[in-house]
Design a protein around this ligand. Structure first.
Ligand code: ATP
Ligand code: MG
Length: 569
């Protein structure tokens, strides 16, 4: 039993439960964690953990710590207040943009509040490890992180100050890195199992099918800000940002020559499809964007949307912007609303396309003349694609890239991320150790995060009902919540059973508050969500209590001795 037994009397606990949801709360975890007295908002995205909340947070931390120690991780604690220089070396002082909290000391030197610590860990290992014999090393910390999030919503789910477990592995070989990564994957699996979270491991990078350079641990929940796909037929699962499109090869069909169609007032796909009475999927939409100022066209089927985030990631570090009316001023070759790639792709603009615009497919698209479209425009015959990219917004039913079955899409909360960094930071800081051959060897790294405070919110999202929270036992603030539902006799029995359960090794919360009605106590017990509720009520005089399972609602009357024996087991 990893928990220390404890009896906490509610009469001495600082807790004020609320009957109403906080006005600004949208998600269940935000509402319930505030109402049940676990956390309190101090400022936007900045939270105070009250006694019960701190217990849950500590329980999550303890599980994380035990499993990190089990894979040989060594716990350290780095500062949160950091000098600018290492982040200038890595480039992240700039790259982080507005996400970084920057500040100055009294001498005017620049500092930041750490959003994540790759730089400082790399420097720590450079300072401490000199030979291949000193590696591999896994270091971790559970620490407060700072990010000036644009929309700190949903309570502790997305804070500007939050608790993260971050670990970093240092190896001399790629195989070593793969092993450190696999150890983390295993540890994370155990952590999330023990936390009682429903979670999925999904690929976080496109193209890495079955690959493991980066994976996310997602907790399915309606309140989640991430979306992921999973295949009902095989084991494929990926963040929607990482889904790849696989297109069946098209047989060489004879499509007939390009034919121009008079289509007045049809600058949108909807108008065009209605005018010609064809499905939008038969049309080719050409989105014009500016990539580092240069006009580029992106071709996708007319019924699909371009995911600008994905496009940006593919083209990074180039910047991607939508074109504006001004960009057409000195480009008479680009007829707004009627652009087609035929005759223009590769000359007037670079042409990027979704893989569905495969060689041999025929499309209805703009004729590059006002009010005109063209049909039988064939990829590979009438225009060439400069580059195929996965840029469309994934939709439910899209084929699984592994087996072709229709994919499902769900929302989730990112609770963990494991990432093979490789030599990026080791290169930036020239982290070498003396190799077996006597020569300096560049170190390769992994970085691995768990949102410790976010996990508390994720648990609350997944484990609650209409009456309140329902914590899984390992993270609950107590094992048993004993309610004295009556006067002196009931309180006496409640305290007695509380002591007995404590002696049996359990963490007990006893509601011994005087002057609080049984109804209010029951409501609070349901709201607080300890897994087992014991009520000393009507039959207290006979030494009989009611034992209730918070989750299932099942209840049973037992003698105090039987209840202690049952729960203490
Ligand atoms: P997100 O996409 O949600 O912003 P991220 O990709 O920026 O997360 P990482 O940098 O991988 O997150 O951080 C590691 C872990 O820290 C995440 O998996 C998440 O669980 C947690 N985390 C990140 N940002 C926050 C935040 N603002 N509040 C609480 N937890 C966070
Ligand atoms: Mg991430």
């Amino acid at each position: 039993m990893a928990h220390a037994a404890q009896v906490q009397r509610m009469s001495r606990l600082m807790i004020k439960t609320l009957r109403d949801d906080p006005a600004d709360a949208e998600t269940a975890s935000h509402k319930l964690l505030v109402r049940a007295g676990y956390v309190r908002r101090t400022s936007a995205g900045i939270w105070t953990w009250l006694p019960l909340g701190k217990k849950v947070l500590e329980n999550v931390s303890r599980i994380v710590r035990e499993e990190m120690d089990a894979i040989g991780g060594q716990e350290v604690l780095l500062p949160a207040l950091l000098p600018k220089e290492p982040y200038e070396v890595s480039g992240r002082w700039e790259e982080y943009g507005d996400l970084l909290f920057r500040l100055k000391d009294r001498k005017g030197s620049d500092y930041l509040l750490g959003p994540t610590h790759e730089e400082i860990f790399t420097l720590t290992v450079k300072d401490q490890c000199t030979s291949y014999k000193d590696l591999p090393v896994i270091l971790y910390q559970i620490q407060t992180k700072y990010r000036d999030e644009a929309r700190p919503r949903s309570g502790v789910l997305r804070g500007r100050e939050f608790q993260m477990k971050d670990s970093y592995s240092f190896d001399t070989t790629d195989e070593g890195l793969a092993t450190s990564y696999a150890l983390h994957r295993e540890a994370y699996t155990k952590i999330f199992e023990r936390l009682g979270l429903d979670y999925r491991i999904v690929s976080a990078v496109s193209g890495a099918m079955g690959g493991s350079a980066s994976e996310e641990f997602l907790a399915p929940a309606a309140a989640g800000e991430d979306t992921f796909v999973d295949c009902p037929a095989c084991d494929y699962a990926a963040n929607t940002e990482a889904v790849t499109v696989k297109v069946a090869p098209v047989e060489d069909a004879d499509h007939g020559p390009v034919e121009e169609l008079d289509t007045p007032d049809t600058p949108t796909i909807e108008a065009l499809a209605a005018h010609l009475d064809v499905p939008a999927s038969a049309t080719l939409k050409n989105l014009l964007v500016k990539v580092d100022g240069e006009i580029v066209a992106v071709g996708v089927p007319g019924d699909r949307e371009v995911d600008l985030g994905k496009l940006g990631e593919h083209l990074a570090p180039a910047t991607v912007e939508l074109v504006t009316a001004e960009d057409f001023v000195d480009r008479p070759d680009l007829v707004r609303g009627y652009v087609g790639p035929q005759g223009l792709a590769g000359t007037a603009f670079r042409y990027l396309a979704d893989p569905r615009i495969a060689h041999g497919t025929a499309w209805i698209t703009g004729a590059n003349k006002q009010g005109m479209h063209a049909k039988n425009v064939v990829a590979g015959r009438d225009f060439e694609v400069d580059q195929y990219l996965d840029v469309v917004v994934v939709e439910p039913g899209d084929p699984c890239p592994k087996c072709g079955t229709g994919l499902r899409i769900d929302r989730a909360i990112e609770i963990g991320h494991i990432f093979q960094l490789g030599r990026k930071y080791a290169d930036a800081f020239e982290l070498d150790v003396l190799g077996q051959n006597g020569k300096p060897t560049r170190v390769t790294m992994g970085s691995y995060g768990i949102g410790v405070s976010r996990a508390v919110a994720a648990l609350a999202e997944q484990s609650h009902d209409g009456s309140g929270l329902c914590w899984p036992r390992e993270v609950a603030p107590a094992d048993v919540h004993v309610v004295a539902a009556g006067k002196a006799k009931q309180t006496e029995l409640a305290l007695e059973i509380g002591e007995k359960l404590g002696a049996a090794g359990l963490r007990v919360l006893v509601d011994d508050r005087a002057g609080v009605s049984p109804g209010v106590k029951f409501t609070d017990a349901e709201l607080i969500g300890v897994p087992t509720i014991v009520v000393a009520g009507r039959r207290a005089g006979e030494g009989v209590v009611e034992v209730k399972d918070r989750r299932t609602g099942e209840r049973e009357e037992l003698s105090v001795e039987d209840a202690v024996a049952r729960l203490g087991a």
